[in-house]
Write a protein that binds this ligand. Sequence first.
Ligand code: NAG
Ligand code: NAG
Ligand code: NAG
Ligand code: NAG
Length: 401
Amino acid sequence: MYFIAAILFVLAATPVLCTAWLDPGKPTHEPIRRLQTRLDTGRVKPKIFILSTFLNEAEAWRGIPEFDVFAQNISVPGLSPLFPNAHCVANGDICQVTTGEGEINAAISVSSLLASPKFDLTNTYFLVAGIASINPKQGTLGSVAFARYAIQVGLQHEIDAREISSQMTTGFIPQGSKSSDEFPHFIFGTEVFELNSALRTEAVRLANQAYLNDSDEAIVYRGNYQTKENVYNPGCSPPTVIECDVVTSDTWFSGSKLGDAFENYAKLVTAGGVYCAAAQEDNAILAALLRGSAMQLVDFGRIIVMRTGSDFDRPYPEQGVTENLFWNDTARSTPAIQNIYIAGIEVINGILSNWTRTYEKGIKPINYIGDILGSLGSRAPFLPEDRVISPSSAGKGGRGM
Ligand SMILES: *[C@@H]1O[C@H](CO)[C@@H](O)[C@H](O)[C@H]1NC(C)=O
Ligand SMILES: *[C@@H]1O[C@H](CO)[C@@H](O)[C@H](O)[C@H]1NC(C)=O
Ligand SMILES: *[C@@H]1O[C@H](CO)[C@@H](O)[C@H](O)[C@H]1NC(C)=O
Ligand SMILES: *[C@@H]1O[C@H](CO)[C@@H](O)[C@H](O)[C@H]1NC(C)=O
């Protein structure tokens, strides 16, 4: 995937270099650094990049009073064919891109964006601003979740639930392991990302200044999550800003069994993370940003993952799992779309208004940030001590041998 991005970068950069070389009025030996500087001066250097994954999330930013992020359309080769342009405000301080949905679209779109010579993203804050299925143990429709960990729960072994043995509580087993509570042995590298918790604290503080939207439909619907045992208390309460983690799966799942299984997996691989939001892109976006960070194109300490609850990951008591999955009441999910803007604008305004004093130099991380491989330096603290990660320690190749 990154190989493609590297090729795109070369292709995109070539015309600029060629023009300089072919221009008879200029010395052919013009130093590369000066060419580079000329390239840089034409670049958009956003302070904030909003990452949306599909149309409705992008449209949440249209027609707002604070800024017009659709003032400039900048085509970026390699983006989704459905969303071929990045968008920016006139002065370039705020930009937005729609990645397309699912892990493959998200990874390639963000890689392509990072490879584009049209942008300088070295100081940019990335705000993943999307909707998600919400775990009613942690939140409700319209809740705004800020993640510290992103966990790729689809990257596991799976046995159809009808064929699992009586000792198994789920058909999912961490890769290379023999049981669901054993930390995975086959590590691919995108299983877990840990974000800058000090930045998250700031984002939560800013988002908490917002009055979140709710709707009559959401109020009535979430009432169904009231139980005698109060297990879904957050699910049947009004939406708030919450700090908890996001899981990524290409498969759009529904049900308390899968919800609980992924909650356990998320906790296992992060040594304590709390799953509250399920989406189909975040680990892919973060994998692309991590590699960009290793190439010093972006700063991995400047990423905020914000997901708002548009539907529940599991039914309420007595409701069928398919009924939960096939929900079609858009009025119920409207607060999620609205709260992307309502909470997100506080974060954006906070960053812009304190740019010179605080954000330009960055919010220093006080926790580990990066991937499970420790690609940005130190060892991931959630990786068990007995796990040695090497290029030969993972996957189908190992299994077949
Ligand atoms: C940019 O593209 C969007 C559609 O994605 C459109 O609504 C907007 O008018 C375009 N802006 C300009 C300046 O062409
Ligand atoms: C939504 O689903 C219900 C029941 O599954 C069905 O009766 C109704 O027609 C659907 N509405 C729309 C707009 O699809
Ligand atoms: C929030 O809800 C109110 C009442 O329904 C509505 O008027 C307002 O436009 C909503 N805010 C946004 C940003 O959509
Ligand atoms: C700006 O940042 C400083 C330090 O990080 C913080 O104390 C202050 O409250 C911030 N101001 C605003 C308006 O966010």
